[in-house]
Design a protein around this ligand. Sequence first.
Ligand code: F6R
Length: 615
Amino acid sequence: MRGVVNDTKEKPVCGIAGYVGPADALPVLLNALHRVEYRGYDSCGVAILNGRIETAKAVGYVDDLRAAIEDANGAASGAAAVPGSLGIGHTRWATVGSPSKLNAHPHLDCTGRVAVVHNGSVENHYPLREELRARGHRFRSETDTEVIAHLLEESGGSPDGVAEALARVHGPYAIAVLFEGSDAITVARRGSPIIIGLGHGENMVGSDVPAVLDRAHGFLHLEDGDIATVTAANVEIRHRGELVRRRVHHVNWGPEDVDKGGYAHFLLKEIHEQPRVLRDTLAGRITTDGRVTLDLKLDRRTMPEELFFLGCGSASHAAMVGETFFASLTDTRVQALEASEAVRPKRRGPGAWSVLVSQSGETADTVDAARDARRAGHFTLALTNVPESSITRTAHATHHLRAGQEISVASSKTYLAQLAGLYLLGLALYPPAERPRRKLAAALRKLPEAVQQALAMSPQLEQLGTRLAAAEHAFIIGKGINYPTALEGALKFKEVAYLHAEGYASGELKHGPFALLGPDTPVIAIMPRDDTYDRMLVAVEEVHSRGAPIIALTDCDNAELQSIAQSVVCLPPTEPMFTPVVGAVALQLMAYYCALAKGCPIDRPRNLAKSVTVH
Ligand code: F6R
């Protein structure tokens, strides 16, 4: 078993960028911030050192900052508006202090000679603020981050000074700092990830790989407790005062992976990437006769006696699909739980397995659930898309989803990769007899094709999505393994298209929500021809009698449906247990086109950020 328990707590997510080298820092920083903007986008700013530290900040997106700088300097000049080749930048998802120019990072000390950008939370910022005030420091913002700038003002910029200041801070952090008079960016980490990108004669800092992608040939992750001094020519890392080396990773994806590739939005691009993602996530992991190889070695002597699947948001919907799939394979007790609601598990031996489903590996509630499960003696397995994440550091073992970077805040391809990961895990732990195993394996291997066919139905789904833009409320109903598909579809409509959509178990609709049905409340019914179909048909007939328009997502041409549903979408058929994959794709596309018709900011929905690292 591998992994260390990492006791990080809350870690607000934001984007960090830093540059030191021969180029003008401003355009490099703005491009880098643009690429990590999915981490937070309520305000942003840069600090550039050119003799003295200059800052520029804006409320809103990086493009707003770019425009504000151009306006201030006269758009026509084209000159570097904030000159200098050493700088740091930040794009924020507000936690302490509302989104405003004053609260945007970088934050300066009293003298203006120290500038800090920060991901994390200073849990003791109130007492520190009082203490610093008593010593004459004056604060400009409401943020917790600003105390770090003032502590650094007192302790100085040497690695020892930085360590001394950070020793006063309770809570996780990743910081990048400029000190006037220095030719370096100082970087430190405890609990929040930060990387250093290695270039030729230049170096970068980033909250994650996209920040350094276009200039770095390699990158390294700082470990908790590291303090790095990054100049154009050198990276020096100290841990508890000693010089240390960290492994260099190679950047194996290019700027095109974080570009829209000709699509209007990242979400649309990522939806269309799904056949490839399924191929990648299944590659080398399942044979034609259904034998599965996972990233972890399974020890037959320690098979699970009970299984818990935990995740938040879309990942919790994937966990629910996993629960039903496993229940079709085994009598072992299996339970899907929302990680944010899960109570601390009872002490058990390693026969209890907790499977943590998380695209980012950084969701605070899921990381906590992993830690609690591990403390309770469970065997913990992470299903994640980010191998170097908090969850992989916490769990005993990891299965990597291989979905590639997902930029759109709303998940799409990572949801499908999570489903595929759970299917593989089920088949690995509880392989059925040879014939059904071969059948499931063949269907799983054909899923990319089925998804491709579902994508080919875009014109019809676009029409339906566009029509839904007129609705204020909608229901999405499903049953059995497609009840979570209904929840996932409703989540997509809510977050991307701001449509109040409720995912409901079809049999529950008559126990109350019928009161809401009428001609203005469309109902989308997910009803593949499996053993739930007849009951779904009854539910749809009941809905029809209440006058609500019905969109049926099915996989067969069916006369009875044609007569009651306003629209019938015939999706490509697959094995009943895999229908959530195809259903999710149809709902993603409908939500996307609904959002497009409404003019919503599709890749960056209001109030959200890509990973939720706060409780
Ligand atoms: C919805 C969405 C979120 C995430 C949730 C968990 O489109 O993206 O609901 O699924 O925040 O995130 P991860 O999987 O990173 O733990």
